[in-house]
Design a binder for this molecule. Structure first.
Ligand SMILES: [Zn+2]
Ligand SMILES: [Zn+2]
Length: 241
C-alpha cells in the first residue's frame, strides 16, 4: 500500500532534484540527483579535533592553529559539507526564499554525514541557535529550529526551543569581519529562567558555521551556566570564510 502511495505521489509530483531540478526517476528520500550529490564536498577526517576545519586528506586529525591560540568555548563542532555549490544554493533558497521544504534534504544530508559523531557524543538535549523575535517575525521561521526538529526526531534527542534565547538584535553577520562578528554577537544570548541545563551535554544546531563566532558566544553562555559539554552541529561549514 505504501509503495502504491509512493508511486502515486511520484506520478502526481514527479521527483525533481532539489539542486538542478532535473527529473530523477529513482529519487529515494533525498531527491538529489547523482550528479549533484557527487558534487557536494562532504567533510570527513582529517579535521581539527575541536572546530572541525577539514584538512582535506593531509595528515592526521589534530587541533588547528586557531583553536590552539584561541580555544573556543564549544568542545567540538562538526558539519556535513562545505558551504558551496548545491548546498549553498539549497540553504539560500531555504532561508531567504522561504523554501522550507528544503529542510528535509538538508537535515537528511546532515544526519547521514554525522550519525557517527552523534552516537559517540550522545548529546542529551538539542538547542537551536535562536533568532531575535523581530527577525523571526520577518522570516516567519527559524531555520535552526526546522532543522533541529528533524535531527531531534531521527536521533531521539529532545529539542528545547525556549532554553537559549536571543536577548538583542544583531546585525547580519554576512558582511562583517571576524573581529566585527565577535563584537556583534557579544552578550546577544541568554538563558530562560526555567532552563535546567547544568551538567548536561548539549547539541547546538545551526545551518552554517562561518567563523563560529555565533555558536561560540552561545557556548560561552551555556558553559557559564554549568553545561558539561557543548557540541555544535551545522549542515555546512564555510572554508576560509
Ligand atoms: Zn541535480
Ligand atoms: Zn580548530
Amino acid at each position: 500500500m505504501l509503495q502504491f502511495l509512493d508511486s502515486l505521489a511520484d506520478f502526481l509530483f514527479p521527483p525533481l532534484c532539489h539542486i538542478c531540478h532535473a527529473f530523477i526517476p529513482d529519487a529515494g528520500k533525498l531527491h538529489i540527483c547523482p550528479e549533484c550529490l557527487g558534487e557536494i564536498q562532504f567533510i570527513s577526517e582529517p579535521a581539527c579535533e575541536i572546530c572541525g576545519t577539514p584538512f582535506f586528506g593531509a595528515g592526521d586529525s589534530h587541533i588547528c592553529g586557531r583553536c590552539l591560540t584561541d580555544r573556543p568555548f564549544f568542545d567540538l563542532a562538526r558539519a556535513a559539507a562545505v558551504y558551496g555549490g548545491g548546498v549553498r544554493q539549497m540553504i539560500h533558497a531555504f532561508k531567504y526564499d522561504r523554501k522550507t521544504h528544503l529542510r528535509r534534504p538538508l537535515a537528511l544530508l546532515t544526519i547521514s554525514a554525522t550519525a557517527g559523531f552523534i552516537s559517540e557524543e550522545k548529546p542529551e538535549i538539542i538547542l537551536p541557535v535562536p533568532l531575535h523575535v523581530e527577525r523571526l517575525r520577518q522570516r516567519g521561521f527559524n531555520q535552526a529550529v526546522l532543522l533541529g526538529e528533524l535531527i531531534s526526531r531521527e536521533f531521539r534527542i529532545p529539542m528545547e526551543r525556549r532554553t537559549l534565547l536571543r536577548l538583542r538584535r544583531t546585525m547580519p553577520q554576512v558582511a562583517l569581519s571576524v573581529a566585527e562578528r565577535m563584537e556583534n554577537v557579544k552578550n546577544a544570548f541568554g538563558l530562560s529562567k526555567k532552563a535546567k541545563i547544568e551538567g548536561r551535554k548539549v547539541l547546538l544546531v545551526d545551518d552554517v558555521f562561518t567563523t563560529g563566532s555565533t555558536v561560540d558566544e552561545c557556548s560561552r553562555i551555556l558553559k557559564k551556566s554549568g553545561v558539561a559539554r557543548v557540541c555544535v552541529l551545522t549542515v555546512a561549514r564555510a572554508i576560509n570564510g
